[in-house]
Design a protein around this ligand. Structure first.
Ligand SMILES: *Cc1c(COP(=O)(O)O)cnc(C)c1O
Length: 369
C-alpha cells in the first residue's frame, strides 16, 4: 500500500454512478428550474416511502431540519430539551436557536448514545422534548426513550444525521419519534454534493409547520404568518440524491462488512475496545469508532497520522463543556468525558478493500503496542 489512507474515500461511490449523475444534473440544467422543482418533490416522496413516514420535507441542512423540527414540535423560549452531550454541536445549537435550554444526560459508553435510564432524573416542569442522537449510525434504545416521553408528555425528535438507513427493531430511525432530522452533508452516509437536510414526520400539523418555516413562515406566498427561514434543498442536490438513494442499502451493507472485518482483526488487541452493536439495532457505521484506553489515544492518533493513516476524534470536547455553554453549570458527565478522551474513528467507506484495512490495522497495532 502506497500513499495516504483517508478517513473517508467518496470516489468509488461517485464513480459507480457517474453516468447517471451526469445525466440527472444535465437534465436539471436543461429544464432550468433550480428551486423547489420536480426532483425535490419526487425525492421527498421517495424518502417518505423508504423511511415509512407520511411527510418528508427537504431543506438546507441537518441543522435547519433540527431547528425547524424543534419549533414545529412546540418547543420555544423557557423550555428545556434533554439530549446527549456526546454529539456534534448542531444538536444542542438547534435547541438554543429555538430559544430553549439544552439539558445533558450522560451516555452509555458501550453504544456512545444517551443512557435512557438517566433521563427521568433530569425532567422538570420546563422539559418539553427529548432529542436522542443515533451517533455513528447506532440507534438509541428508542423504546426506553418513548416510554419516558409518553409518561411525561414530552416530544421526541430523532437526530438521524449520522444514521440514514439504520434500523431500530426493524423500523427505520427517523420514523420512530414525533419527527426525525436527516443531514445530506457530503460525508454523511447519504451525502449530497453540497449542503442539504430533511425533516420527516407522520404528523400532518407538524409537517405543515415545517413546510411553512422553510419558506419564510408563509403557507401562502407573500402572506407570511411567522418568522421562518430560507431553507430549501437545491434541485441539483435533490437530483443527485435521487440517484444515490437506490444504492444506499448496498453501501450501508458495505460499511457493515468493513466494520465486521475490523471487529475480527482488532478483537484481541490490548488497549483497544471495539464498538459493540446492541441487539435492537442495525448499525450503519457512519463512523467505525474504537476506544483507546490508558490515556494513549492522542499518541496513537499522532502515530497513525505520521504513517499516512487518517483518523478523527468525534468529539474531543463534549457539548456541555464547550465555551458557549459555560454558563449552563452542567454537572460532570463521566462517561461522556471518558469517551471524549478515548474515542478514535478509523477509516471506513462502503467499498474499502481488505488490503487497505489490513494496513490500517497493522499500523494501529504497532501504534498501541
Ligand atoms: C452532521 C450533523 C448534524 C448537522 O447536519 P448539517 O447538515 O451539517 O447541518 C447534526 N447532528 C449530528 C449528530 C451530525 O452529525
Amino acid at each position: 500500500m502506497t500513499g495516504k489512507i483517508p478517513l473517508l474515500n467518496m470516489s468509488p461511490e461517485i464513480e459507480s454512478i457517474w453516468d447517471e449523475l451526469m445525466a440527472s444534473i444535465q437534465d436539471v440544467l436543461k429544464k432550468g428550474q433550480f428551486i423547489m422543482g420536480p426532483n425535490v418533490k419526487e425525492f421527498e416522496a421517495e424518502m417518505a416511502a423508504y423511511l415509512g413516514v407520511k411527510h418528508a420535507i427537504a431543506c438546507n441542512s441537518g441543522t435547519d431540519a433540527l431547528v425547524m423540527g424543534i419549533r414545529a414540535l412546540g418547543v420555544g423560549c423557557g423550555n428545556e430539551v434533554i439530549t446527549t452531550p456526546f454529539t456534534f454541536f448542531a444538536t444542542a445549537e438547534a435547541i438554543s436557536r429555538a430559544g430553549a435550554v439544552p439539558v445533558f444526560v450522560d451516555i452509555d459508553p458501550a453504544t456512545f448514545n444517551l443512557d435512557a435510564s438517566q433521563i427521568e432524573a433530569k425532567i422538570t416542569t420546563k422539559t418539553k422534548a427529548i432529542i436522542p442522537v443515533h451517533l455513528y449510525g447506532h440507534a438509541v434504545d428508542m423504546d426506553a426513550v418513548l416510554e419516558i416521553a409518553k409518561k411525561h408528555g414530552l416530544k421526541v425528535l430523532e437526530d438521524c444525521a449520522q444514521a440514514f438507513g439504520c434500523e431500530y427493531k426493524g423500523k427505520k430511525v427517523a420514523s420512530i419519534g414525533d419527527g426525525g432530522a436527516l443531514s445530506f452533508f457530503p460525508s454523511k452516509n447519504m451525502g449530497a454534493c453540497g449542503d442539504g437536510g430533511m425533516f420527516v414526520t407522520s404528523n400532518d400539523d407538524v409537517a405543515a409547520q415545517v413546510r411553512m418555516l422553510r419558506v419564510h413562515g408563509a403557507a401562502k406566498k407573500y402572506f407570511n404568518e411567522t418568522i421562518g427561514y430560507n431553507s430549501r434543498l437545491d434541485e441539483i442536490q435533490a437530483a443527485i440524491l435521487r440517484v444515490k438513494l437506490p444504492h444506499i442499502d448496498e453501501w450501508n451493507a458495505g460499511r457493515r462488512n468493513v466494520a465486521s472485518r475490523y471487529n475480527a482483526m482488532l478483537k484481541d488487541v490490548p488497549g483497544i475496545i471495539t464498538p459493540s452493536e446492541a441487539g435492537y439495532t442495525k448499525h450503519v457505521y457512519h463512523q467505525y469508532t474504537i476506544r483507546i484506553t490508558g490515556g494513549r489515544r492522542d499518541d496513537v492518533q499522532k502515530k497513525l497520522g505520521d504513517n499516512g493513516v487518517g483518523s478523527f476524534v468525534y468529539y474531543p470536547v463534549p457539548v456541555n463543556k464547550l465555551p458557549v455553554y459555560s454558563g449552563l453549570d452542567c454537572p460532570t458527565l463521566p462517561n461522556s468525558d471518558m469517551c471524549a478522551s478515548e474515542a478514535l474513528s478509523l477509516p471506513i467507506w462502503p467499498k474499502m478493500d481488505e488490503d487497505t484495512q489490513e494496513t490500517v490495522v497493522e499500523l494501529l497495532k504497532s501504534a498501541v503496542a
